[in-house]
Design a protein around this ligand. Sequence first.
Ligand code: RB5
Length: 146
Amino acid sequence: MIAIGCDHAGVEMKKAIIEALSEKGYEFEDLGTDGEPCDYPVIAEAVCGCVTSGKCEKGILVCGTGIGMSMAANKINGIRAALCSDSFSARFTRLHNDANVMCLGARTLGPGLACELAEIFVSTGFEGGRHQRRIDLITALEEKNR
Ligand code: RB5
């Protein structure tokens, strides 16, 4: 299950991602907004909560630039959110960073690219090995800064 959410700027892109990836068998928990103007940190918290609770394996967040969503998501312990606009980053943030949330900009990306990046994100595994040590160091930073 993939948690997904957007603010008012990302509604159409979120719909496009749900439609494209549902056709490939992915299931979504849609945390809004359906179109009402809203504040992106509220949606980021809802989506990230689904990930940290284990209800959803990953999350996708869409706002105008993806920047506000990524800032908010990365304040939440246990979340490693990656703002992506190219396929190399989408792939390697899974392989090396074990990113569990992807953020996308609806005003900076076309829907075709956004759907492709989302598919790479949900279908790529974490490499582990030496990268796990670095993830553990990120987790240690959370502990130090609680
Ligand atoms: C909303 O107008 C806009 O500020 C928001 O979608 C996002 O781009 C913030 O980072």
